[in-house]
Design a protein around this ligand. Structure first.
Ligand code: MRU
Length: 377
């Protein structure tokens, strides 16, 4: 998508053909800085410390991390190469727990590397697979966007709406994927079809991913307004939201949705006000091995993220400020689970489904599904 009128992806192989470049999202929306990542440990750090974020992008980054690991160990004997690669996969896999895309991408890499002839062949295969995962993400998002836009256009016609008012939480934007986004794929498709649109962007404390959403929507011509996380219920009650559309880090087999902390409250408010609540769900974020949402691992992040807010002060300088007294304690779960009963439907690259239709619609190729982890059944 566009930054200052120039097309970008969030991640790409660098021109040296030996490293990966990614947009360092910690600098956004104030500066667009590309970070060069040369080794799998650096990639694991970039994922864990959120230089990049968003489930699909975490998956793509892990896939490129696997390629970097193959390059690092290429000179080893085949048996030492295999052992080093196993350890590298474990390092990457431990970077963040909730987004299933990470495990999914590494499972794909494992399958791609299973028949590699020698380490050099593995390097070639790992790059081909990472490229396929990245390009596949873009194709999935484009298809998801078309199905979502069809859905919204139907809703608009049924209700006779002049313009469609969407509320979203966190950033399920192109910045959270390789390109196009999931929620934003729907919004960009609607904009391209000429459908009048306005987006309420949840601020999304504690890390304020709403700042990313607001910035990328504005860069790409979608009218939007930021609201603090407490405003959604009020807006829905006043009839100012036509639908809620959020992303997901992992959706369980029964349709329970893990997404950024605060999503559940929006689903409750939507249900109480008769507002449709849709989830943009690309198939790599569906985890059929996870029976329900209770089993999904929820990341707990540093209390510092709650106690301090980062941004720019009025004179444009970097600032990190806290409204809390020294010694205040905080708890910081990164995600929550919205039960399937509160979800109107799931917008996927294969169409829009309800919870009962999900498993059949998104049934993966067994060779590509993640290795079952803790809580799987
Ligand atoms: O902690 P983050 O910023 O990685 O969380 C991101 C989200 O919760 C997104 O909604 C989700 O990953 C879907 S992105 C298409």
């Amino acid at each position: 998508m566009l930054i200052d009128g120039v097309q970008h992806r969030t991640i790409r192989v660098a021109v040296d053909g030996a490293s990966v470049e990614l947009i360092d999202q910690r600098e956004l929306p104030f500066a667009v800085r590309f970070e060069t990542v040369r080794a799998h440990r650096e990639m694991a750090t970039a994922i864990r410390d959120m230089h990049l974020r968003g489930a699909p992008l975490i998956g793509a980054a892990a896939a490129y991390g696997a390629w970097l690991a193959c390059r690092e160990f290429e000179a080893l004997s085949p048996s030492r190469f295999a052992a080093a690669l196993d350890a590298a996969f474990e390092t990457l896999e431990a970077a963040r727990p909730t987004a299933v895309n990470l495990r999914w991408a590494l499972s794909r890499q494992r399958a791609a590397l299973a028949d590699a002839g020698d380490p050099s062949d593995a390097v070639r295969r790992a790059l081909a697979e990472a490229t396929a995962i990245a390009d596949g993400d873009v194709a999935i998002n484009a298809a998801l966007g078309r199905h979502g836009a069809d859905l919204v256009e139907r809703l608009r016609a049924e209700r006779g709406l002049d313009r469609v008012r969407v509320l979203t939480h966190c950033n399920a934007g192109w910045l959270a994927t390789v390109d196009r986004g999931t929620v934003t794929a729907v919004l960009y498709e609607l904009r391209e079809r000429g459908v009048p649109l306005h987006v309420w962007v949840d601020e999304t404390r504690p890390r304020n991913q709403g700042a990313l959403t607001s910035w990328e929507l504005t860069q790409n011509g979608v009218p939007n307004t930021v609201v603090c996380d407490n405003s959604g219920g009020h807006l829905m009650r006043r009839g100012e939201v036509d639908l809620v559309l959020v992303g997901t880090d992992r959706t369980a087999r029964n349709g329970d949705v893990a997404n950024k902390i605060g999503t559940y409250l929006k689903a409750l408010a939507a249900r109480d006000n008769g507002v449709p609540f849709f989830v943009a769900l690309p198939s790599p974020s569906f985890d059929p091995a996870m029976r329900d949402g209770d089993a999904i691992p929820i990341e707990e992040r540093s209390p510092e993220e709650v106690l301090y807010v980062r941004g720019r002060d009025r004179s444009g300088g970097d600032a990190s400020v806290s409204p809390y007294a020294p010694g205040a304690r905080a708890f910081n779960p990164g995600f929550d689970v919205t039960p399937a009963r509160l979800v109107t439907g799931y917008v996927t690259e294969r169409g829009v489904f309800d919870a009962d239709g999900l498993a059949a619609a998104l049934s993966p190729d067994p060779a590509l599904s993640p290795v079952p982890g803790p809580g799987a059944s």
